[in-house]
Design a protein around this ligand. Structure first.
Ligand SMILES: Cc1ncc(COP(=O)(O)O)c(C=O)c1O
Length: 408
């Protein structure tokens, strides 16, 4: 059944917004964060209005309701990602999820000279923790280059980099290029040399159904706020045997079994890594978001986004002076269109687009090594999601052409 985009839009109150300059909002910054449907906002408000309480602590009714809602969200979210609740650890987002692998797993299991393989297209969230691990533990960090013609990962170089690797960390879908990496192949190749694999699905999860158990990666990092959920929450999905190899990262309340003045013992499984007061409202909101997303066939969602993005990119290529970074025409691209104009600075272009009501992102997108590989300091990026329409894309292309005609 075709997606009813107008009905989907009606779920998002913000999409009806008019900006202070009287322009109607056209939100094309979805790779930074998606908008939230009313059911997510309602679920979080209901928690605060009706049963706000700390979870896993007291015996009163409100605390029971909060604990039940928190754990039921864990069931919904882990099941949405094709796994069971014991293989999911709540984090503050994909950044904390990857740091948990670095400080919870790599610090315990890697030593000087052990090899961590990254790619040039990683987000800083999947680079800086490994650079720190290199300083702290002496691990060697290898970067797999991208082919700057096709904007894809150099898989021959990947194979070479795997030699002697202990851990491979690869982004599922680039937040800049919209390129989806062959993660299934990457998992198989990495396991064949005995390396553990982390896939950063911050951008992948909003565009396709991630099935943790069938993907087979040891670790999968997910961010809620890019897939209709609230900010401040995400998770790391961890295979049971990899979780058994992990040691505590953040320490304090909730993650302990017993604390004495002599020392402490810790909870087992995911409870060892969820420290302090849980993100209760956020988990409830994310649970509502996955229920909302679950009504759609993600293949249809992907195709819709891809149609809008590839049409937009094709039109933009006809605008004099525009260069696109990525290949939005590829069937597996994710809806991010990065571009630059040869003479209008990216910041200026973003401000001009904002004047027309178009929200796009500008900057290095937390991917400076990728910017270096592309030979640019920054790009503009229009990124599309489920509620964007072809009509919005048409008005964007028209406005962009006018701006360039006037200012270039
Ligand atoms: C590919 C990728 N990885 C990681 C992150 C960080 O995610 P979070 O905001 O949940 O920490 C982002 C956010 O933009 C991203 O695009």
């Amino acid at each position: 059944m075709a997606l009813d985009i107008e009905a989907i839009r009606a779920d998002f109150p913000i999409l009806g917004r008019t900006l202070p300059n009287g322009k109607k909002l056209v939100y094309f910054d979805n790779a930074a964060t998606s908008q939230k449907p009313q059911c997510v906002i309602d679920a979080m408000s209901r928690y605060y209005e009706e049963y706000n309480s700390n979870a896993h602590r007291a015996n009163h009714t409100l605390a029971d309701e909060a604990t039940t809602a928190l754990e039921s969200a864990r069931e919904k979210i882990s099941s949405y990602f094709g796994t069971s609740p014991d293989q999911m650890i709540y984090t503050s987002g994909a950044t904390e999820a990857i740091n948990l692998v670095a400080y919870g797993w790599a610090r315990e299991n890697l030593d000087e000279g052990d090899v961590v393989v990254l790619t040039e297209m990683e987000h800083h969230a999947d680079i800086v923790p490994w650079q720190q691990m290199s300083i702290d533990k002496g691990v060697e960090v290898r970067y797999v280059p991208i082919d700057t013609e096709s904007f894809t990962l150099d898989m021959d170089a990947f194979e070479v980099a795997l030699d002697g690797a202990s851990l491979v960390c690869v982004v599922h879908t680039s937040n800049v290029l919209g390129v989806r990496n062959p993660v299934e192949k990457i998992v198989k190749m990495s396991h064949s040399v005995g390396a553990r694999v982390l896939i950063d699905c911050a951008q992948g999860a909003p565009h396709e159904r991630i099935d943790f158990d069938s993907l087979g990666a040891d670790f999968v990092a997910i961010s809620a706020h890019k897939m209709a959920g609230p900010t401040g929450i995400g998770c790391i999905l961890v295979k049971r045997d990899a979780m058994a190899e992990m040691g505590p990262f953040m320490t304090g309340g909730s993650m302990i079994k017993r604390v004495t003045t002599e020392g402490s013992t810790f909870q087992e499984g995911h409870a060892m890594f969820e420290t302090g007061t849980p993100r209760i409202a956020e988990a409830i909101g994310w649970g509502a978001a996955v229920e909302w997303l679950d009504q759609f066939d993600m293949r249809e969602v992907h195709d819709h986004i891809n149609d809008v993005a590839s049409w937009t990119a094709a039109q933009m290529m006809d605008i004099p002076g525009i260069k696109i970074y990525g290949d939005p025409d590829r069937d597996d691209s994710s809806g991010a269109v990065s571009f630059l104009h040869e003479s209008i600075q990216s910041q200026d272009l973003a401000l001009l687009l904002d004047e027309g009501g178009f929200a796009v992102r500008t900057g290095h997108h937390c991917a400076q090594p990728l910017m270096d590989a592309l030979g640019v300091p920054s790009t503009n990026r229009a990124s599309f999601w489920i509620y964007n329409t072809m009509g919005e894309a048409e008005s964007f292309v028209e406005y962009l052409s006018q701006v360039i005609e006037r200012f270039a």
